[in-house]
Design a protein around this ligand. Structure first.
Ligand SMILES: [Zn+2]
Length: 254
């Protein structure tokens, strides 16, 4: 009995440690621990916690392979984003820049306030089977709780000055938000131009199907060094592509 308890305690301790230091509140607020590999990996998210059921049973999940899109006139997307003081956190799953006061994006006639942006390595969305080096998600919330995410694919190329300030400030281990120095301009991450559009979900537990996705077709660059710096912290924090199912995948804009 003692041996069993000790072993169980050690296992739980080992699992919790990546986000336990300052993330007790995160654990309490977000439910059971989840990760990107092994027993807590994406294939098991739906069974880790009843609150995560959509991760396994949902039929409109994200990410997807952005292949075979249909041209369509869809609601226009107009970002109205503005610089905010840099506030960045390592939450155990990604690097997240909190953006209260960072403006909004208008989708059709509806405004979604920018809440935060964060990163995945490698990209979560695929393009005809191709994975990109990274992907940024600019997460917006409307007053009614619906979420719109602007997805930006990132490929190896020139050093990206818009990422440099975030990379310099980002904590190397999970913990509370840190501040600055300086400002960060979320609009600098948005390439503009044509988009893929579809209705989907959060790509992390609880995988709630409340997201209007808009992924830009033009990637932005990051240097190999910038990508490697993030990859050292997060070797893989990308959920695998989910079935499109009966949904429409549209391409629009210009
Ligand atoms: Zn994301």
């Amino acid at each position: 009995m003692i041996a069993t308890m000790t072993r169980r305690h050690l296992v739980l301790g080992a699992l919790a440690c990546p986000i336990c230091l300052a993330a007790g509140r995160v654990l309490a607020a977000e439910g059971s621990y989840w990760g990107y590999a092994g027993a807590q990996g994406p294939e098991r998210w739906g069974r880790l916690d009843p609150a995560y059921a959509a991760c396994g049973a949902g039929r409109e999940q994200s990410p997807i392979d952005l292949d075979g899109a249909v041209a369509a006139d869809t609601a226009t997307i107009v970002p109205h984003l503005k610089p905010v003081p840099l506030r960045v956190a390592h939450n155990g799953h990604t690097i997240q820049v909190n953006c209260a006061g960072g403006g909004h994006t208008t989708v059709g006639a509806k405004d979604y306030d920018l809440a935060q942006f964060h990163f995945h390595h490698p990209s979560e969305h695929l393009v005809a089977g191709r994975t990109f080096a990274m992907e940024a998600h600019l997460v917006h919330r409307a007053a009614d709780g619906e979420i719109a995410v602007l997805g930006v694919l990132i490929e190896a190329g020139a050093a990206n000055p818009s990422l440099a300030a975030v990379w310099a400030a980002m904590p190397r281990a999970a913990g509370p938000e840190v501040t600055g120095p300086g400002m960060v301009d979320p609009s600098a991450l948005v390439p503009g131009g044509k988009l893929w559009r579809y209705a989907g979900s959060l790509t992390t537990p609880p995988c709630t199907e409340i997201v209007q996705w808009a992924v830009f077709q033009t990637p932005i660059p990051a240097s190999a060094e910038q990508i490697a710096t993030f990859a050292a912290l997060f070797p893989n924090n990308a959920r695998p592509a989910q079935p499109l199912g009966r949904r429409f995948l549209l391409r629009s804009g210009g």
